[in-house]
Structures are given as C-alpha cells and as structure tokens.
Design a protein around this ligand. Structure first.
Ligand code: PEP
Length: 249
C-alpha cells in the first residue's frame, strides 16, 4: 500500500455561483465519513471566500495565481490575495490556461514558486496533446513540461503534480490504466531524479474525464495518488463516489 494519502481535488473552472456552494456540505460529509483521503474544491476566485465558510474540512483552492505579490497586472490575483480569501491550495499550469492564456513553462514555474513560498498546496499540471501521443512523444513532452514548470531546488511546502492528458479533459476519453501506469511511473522517476527522496513524497494526480465509474480502476494504478476532477466535481452526486473510491478500503 502506498504511504501517500490520496488527494481528490475538484476544479470547477468557470462554473458555479453562490447557490452551488450547497454542494460542499454533502461532499465534506462524505469525505469525513470515507476517512483517509484529502479532498479539495477549487471554485472560481469570486467564490473562494464564501466556499471557505462552508468548507467543513474541505481544502478550498484557487485555479490560478500570479507570480508577483502585487502591482500593475490588471485582472490578476496574487498568492497573498487568494490566501486572504481563504485558499489553501492553487492549481497552476492547467492546460486550458496554457492554451487560452498562452502560459509557458517558465511562467508556470514562477507561479509554482510563488505559491509554495506562500505556503499553498501547489498543484502543477502537465499533459500531452493527442498528436504528441499519436507520435509516441507523450513521455518526452511531459518530461519537458516537468523540467520547465517545476520549481528549482524545492524542499519545503506541498508540491503536487497533476498528469492531465489534454485529449482526455472534458472529452469522456479517459486514459487507459496502461497509459496512466506508464506515464505516472515516468513522472515518479523524473521527480526522484530531480528531488531525490523528496520526489517520492510528491502526490501525482490523474486528471481527464474521471467519473464514478472509472475512478476505482484509475486509483488502483501504481503511482496514482488521487485525481484532479473537472466536470464530475460540480455536484456532490457525481463527486462523492469518486471521493469514496479514493478512500482506503
Ligand atoms: C480538469 O479540468 O482538470 C479536468 C480533468 O476536467 P474533466 O474531469 O472534466 O475532464
């Protein structure tokens, strides 16, 4: 059995409103009852503070942060700001931001370094496009993203890696257990090569169309320490079975 406790994080993306925070109560209750699993929800920035008041033990996080503390960066939000709102975690380098906002590996690294320095659980996303996999370049692409996006000289704070094949996000095309096992093994090897023994402590999440009916199979794969869940995290009805599947039996 892995020594790493499983972590299941919901990414609400640009979805949700105050009324939807009613979902947090049953999710928190299920997490407490399941036991042995860490559970978080990353709502839009505007809901972080209200979510914090209804978290019931859930880790509330943000979906992005800026690398700088403050300044002339219209529309951006710093680590200190999201912390003050109540966030304990942040996702950086999600593929939707890498595509829509053209975020580069060095920018993702700078955000990760700022988030770790601020004491946030820092979830760095990596993942290949369908064409990369078709060309057999998926491990090379992910390895290059890890090289460029992970903080240098990391020793303190909680760093988490989320492997999210872009072709599996929001498509219903979940990666096979063999795909996931292969990539998570390669990521673990890269983390240990980079950080030594500390690399063995980093939780590696799988993300990409995780649902109630595939979660248990994915969580059983070696080096899968939990999941980053998009669509299926929006309601307790869909998210709770994923949390339960991650709990130790
Ligand atoms: C995500 O947004 O990180 C994600 C994995 O989305 P989905 O679960 O909807 O594929």
């Amino acid at each position: 059995m892995s020594l790493r406790r499983k972590l299941v994080v919901g990414n609400w993306k640009m979805n949700g409103n105050l009324a939807q925070l009613a979902e947090l109560g049953p999710i928190a209750e299920a997490a407490r009852e399941a036991g042995g699993v860490d559970v978080g929800i990353c709502p839009p920035f505007t809901l972080i503070a209200a979510a914090g008041t209804r978290a019931g033990g859930l880790m509330i996080g943000a979906q992005d942060c800026h690398a700088k503390d403050k300044g002339a960066h219209t529309g951006c939000t710093s680590v200190a700001m999201i912390k003050e709102a109540g966030a304990r975690a942040v996702i950086v380098g999600h593929s939707e931001r890498r595509t829509d906002q053209h975020e580069t590996d060095p920018e993702v690294r700078a955000k990760a370094e700022a988030a770790l320095a601020g004491g946030l659980v820092t979830i760095v996303c990596v993942g290949e496009h369908a064409l990369d996999r078709a060309a057999g370049k998926h491990e090379a692409v992910v390895s290059s993203q890890l090289d460029g996006s992970l903080p240098d000289g990391w020793e303190e704070g909680e760093l988490v890696v989320a492997y999210e094949p872009v072709w599996a996000i929001g498509t219903g095309n979940v990666a096979t257990p063999a795909d996931v096992t292969g990539m998570h093994g390669a990521i673990r090897a890269a983390l240990v090569a980079r950080y030594g023994d500390l690399g063995g402590r980093i939780r590696i999440l799988y993300g990409g169309s995780v649902k109630a009916d595939n979660a248990a199979e994915l969580f059983a794969c070696p080096e899968v320490d939990g999941a980053l869940v998009g669509g299926a995290s929006l309601t307790a009805e869909q998210f709770v079975p994923i949390v339960e599947a991650a709990a130790p039996s």
